[in-house]
Design a protein around this ligand. Structure first.
Ligand code: URA
Length: 245
C-alpha cells in the first residue's frame, strides 16, 4: 500500500525540489474582497468615469437626480425588504458631511438618517461642538435598512459606494466625518479598522476633490460601550477645531 504523506511533508519535499512559487491550480482565497463588476451592476444607471482615478461613478448633477437614481436602482435585494429609502438630510451647503453605515428601524420608518437612539446621541455630540442638524449634512453608505439591523455585507457596501462617492461630489464638504468601520473601509481604501483609523486626519481624494476626513466610533457602538465616548469626544473636538467654530 502507498504511504499517504501529510501535507507538510509534501510541501517540504516540494521546497527541497526548488519549487518556490504556485502557478496553475493555486489555492483560491475565497475570503478575498471581490471587486464589484461595476458595469454589470449599474447597467441601468448613467455613468461617468473620473479621468484621474478611472473610477466609475453614477452620473447625477443634483441631489434630486441622485436620489432618483438610487430609488430606481434594483440590483440590491435590501430594497424589497425595506420600508423607506433613506437618502440624506440636513444642509446641502454644509461644511461638514457625516456618513454612517445603514438605516435602522426608526430611520427605515421615517425615511431619514439618524433619527433613532444613535441619532439622539449624535445630536448630543454635535451640540457639544456647537452644531445642530441644520449645520451638517448626513447620509449613510446604504440607503436601505438591512433586515434586523444586521451589518451590511461587503457586496452591499460595494454596490452603494459609487453612489456615496457621487453624493460626496455633490455636497463637496470641507470635512467628512465617517462614523464606524463600514464607512471608513468603503471610502478610504484601507483595511485598518475603526480603532486604528479614528482620531487621525486622512484625505479623501476623487478627481479634483480633496477633503479632510476624520473617522470616529459609530454612535450605536458608543451606546453599547460608553467608556469609548471620551475618544469620540476628542475626535469631535478635532472636527470643531478644523471647522474653526
Ligand atoms: N445607524 C446608521 O449608521 N445610520 C443611521 O441612519 C442610523 C443608525
Amino acid at each position: 500500500m502507498n504511504e499517504v504523506l501529510p501535507p507538510e511533508k509534501i510541501l517540504q519535499w516540494l521546497l527541497t525540489a526548488g519549487a518556490d512559487e504556485n502557478t496553475e491550480n493555486a489555492p483560491v482565497n475565497r475570503f478575498e474582497r471581490r471587486e464589484q463588476p461595476a458595469f454589470q451592476a449599474f447597467e441601468t444607471v448613467p455613468l461617468q468615469r473620473t479621468a484621474a482615478e478611472n473610477i466609475v461613478l453614477p452620473q447625477a448633477s443634483s441631489l434630486e437626480e441622485l436620489k432618483n437614481l438610487i430609488a430606481g436602482f434594483d440590483k440590491c435585494p435590501l430594497k424589497a425588504t425595506a420600508t423607506n429609502m433613506v437618502f440624506g438630510a440636513g444642509n446641502p451647503h454644509a461644511k461638514l458631511m457625516i456618513i454612517g453605515e445603514a438605516p435602522g428601524a426608526e430611520e427605515d420608518k421615517q425615511g431619514l438618517p439618524f433619527v433613532g437612539a444613535s441619532g439622539h446621541l449624535l445630536d448630543l455630540m454635535l451640540k457639544s461642538i456647537g452644531l445642530n442638524r441644520s449645520d451638517v449634512y448626513i447620509t449613510n453608505i446604504l440607503p436601505w435598512r438591512p433586515p434586523g439591523n444586521r451589518k451590511p455585507s461587503e457586496d452591499e457596501v460595494s454596490l452603494f459606494t459609487p453612489f456615496v462617492r457621487c453624493h460626496i461630489a455633490l455636497i463637496r464638504p470641507q470635512i467628512l466625518l465617517l462614523l464606524g468601520g463600514s464607512a471608513v473601509s468603503a471610502l478610504m481604501n484601507t483595511s485598518a479598522g475603526i480603532t486604528k483609523t479614528r482620531g487621525h486626519w486622512m484625505t479623501y481624494s476623487a478627481g479634483d476633490i480633496n477633503i479632510q476626513v476624520m473617522a470616529s466610533f459609530h454612535p450605536a457602538f458608543l451606546l453599547r460601550t460608553p467608556a469609548q465616548k471620551k475618544l469620540a469626544w476628542r475626535d469631535f473636538l478635532s472636527v470643531k477645531k478644523a471647522l474653526e467654530i
